[in-house]
Design a binder for this molecule. Structure first.
Ligand SMILES: Cc1cc2nc3c(=O)[nH]c(=O)nc-3n(C[C@H](O)[C@H](O)[C@H](O)COP(=O)(O)OP(=O)(O)OC[C@H]3O[C@@H](n4cnc5c(N)ncnc54)[C@H](O)[C@@H]3O)c2cc1C
Length: 383
């Protein structure tokens, strides 16, 4: 199991123990209810901020714990144990999607205004890239932010925005030169109480049900020019940088989720009998487990090595893409095989395997669909 991996030091394991204790005591007991409610309380962010879990690898001067990047793996692995993919995803959005670009590209004022409260869990963030007319093709977005004096006027729509209903602020991706594609995009920090910001719909989803997913409308929304994050018209490059962290954290969560559903299913097939034998005694079952574990180990090894490279200061984009592709595909395939091994019970809502199956499907679309990942890898290979 992951806890004995040589990548992790005693410090990592101490962090792991404290996150695990929190997850088991404060999240896991409520997971079923939150899934049924289709929501979880904002207090989860505040509590995780209080415990220091939202800023593990962020500098102490901004309220972080000053630990290394590998703590991202520890957090993803332990959050997977909470039993609700929606909660894990919402937390990842806060600490692996929204806050890293503020740390990297933000001014000191922006770090104090948005990063510090996000790490403390007192302000919740969301990331607004996807639009009704453009998802995979980020450069094809239509939301405009047009400079007017010392403000930008924003008009447009976003869709599928995680944390979008509850967010206090949005990291917005918009066109500042609408006639351009990659060279006309900029990032902005937008407080959601700004006039002209509207949550138009809370979307109903197949999985990740405890997380909120919003459709947003910006109607002549005026934001101060000082809310521009990073360089004007360099937003495409900035958001591509953000996506690398997002993809690697998705890979880590997928490996952890796959291992958990495999372990649970192993216990189930050891107990369940058919034709006078335990289901685990069929050779086809043994082979399924052998294949699943091999896939998980390969995906995890790639994910760990990639995170280790990032921690060393490398920017291994192809490897991050491969890790995201392999780990998220593996998670879904493992969940699907595990559902099969549960037979009819696997299709019942009272058994957790169906949730793993529904939740794991998303990561093959979100943060870059499989096909986009494959395109990217092929391009890096010069194919
Ligand atoms: C639950 C959920 C949460 C999300 N959270 C967020 C969020 O917080 N913030 C945010 O900005 N976005 C979010 N997204 C959006 C997500 O990132 C997009 O759905 C994803 O990038 C795909 O974009 P799309 O849905 O527009 O699909 P499209 O771009 O329309 O693609 C549809 C399909 O076409 C195929 N395809 C696309 N491009 C290619 C290609 N180049 N080659 C071959 N085939 C291709 C793929 O099969 C792809 O799945 C979320 C989505 C979901 C479902």
């Amino acid at each position: 199991m992951t806890t004995s991996h040589p990548l992790f030091t005693d410090d990592h394991e101490a962090i792991r123990r404290s996150i695990r204790a929190f997850v088991e005591k404060e999240l896991r007991p409520h997971a079923e209810q939150w899934e049924r409610d289709g929501d979880f309380p904002d207090d989860v962010f505040r509590r995780m901020g209080e415990l220091g879990f939202l800023g593990l690898h962020f500098p102490t001067e901004y309220g972080g714990q000053g630990a290394d990047y590998l703590t991202m793996l520890v957090l993803a692995e332990e959050m997977a144990r909470c039993g609700s993919g929606g909660v894990s995803m919402a937390v990842s959005v806060q600490c692996e999607y929204v806050t890293p670009p503020i740390l990297k590209f933000g001014t000191e004022t922006q770090k104090q205004g948005w990063l510090v409260p996000a790490i403390a869990g007192t302000r919740i963030g969301a990331l607004g890239i996807t639009e009704p007319g453009a998802g995979s093709d980020v450069a094809g977005i239509a939301t405009r932010a047009i400079r007017d004096g010392d403000e930008y006027v924003v008009n447009g729509r976003k869709i599928f925005i995680t944390n979008g209903c509850r967010a206090d602020f949005l990291l917005l991706v918009a066109k500042t030169r609408p006639e351009q594609r990659h060279d006309g995009i900029s990032l902005f920090l937008v407080d959601t109480d700004t006039r002209g910001f509207h949550v138009t719909r809370r979307l109903d989803k197949v999985g990740m049900r405890s997380s909120d997913t919003a459709e947003l409308l910006f109607d002549d929304m005026r934001i101060p020019a000082s809310n521009l994050l990073g360089e004007e018209n360099q937003g495409f490059r900035h958001i591509m940088w953000e996506l690398q962290g997002e993809r690697l954290s998705a890979a880590a969560a997928a490996c952890a989720g796959a291992q958990l559903v495999l372990d649970d299913t192993l216990a189930y097939v050891r107990d369940r009998e058919a034709f006078g034998r335990r289901v685990s005694d069929f050779q086809s079952t043994k082979h399924k487990f052998a294949e699943m574990q091999t896939m998980i180990d390969a995906a995890r090894a790639l994910t760990y090595e990639t995170a280790w490279r990032v921690e060393r200061g490398e920017y291994p984009v192809q490897q991050i893409t491969e890790a995201k592709l392999l780990a998220t595909r593996t998670h879904f395939q493992v969940a699907d095989t595990c559902l099969q091994l549960h037979g009819g019970y696997g299709y019942m809502m009272e058994f957790g395997v169906q949730r793993a199956w529904r939740d794991s499907r998303l990561a093959r679309i979100g943060a870059g669909a499989d096909e986009v990942m494959l395109d990217y890898i092929a391009r890096q290979m010069g194919v």
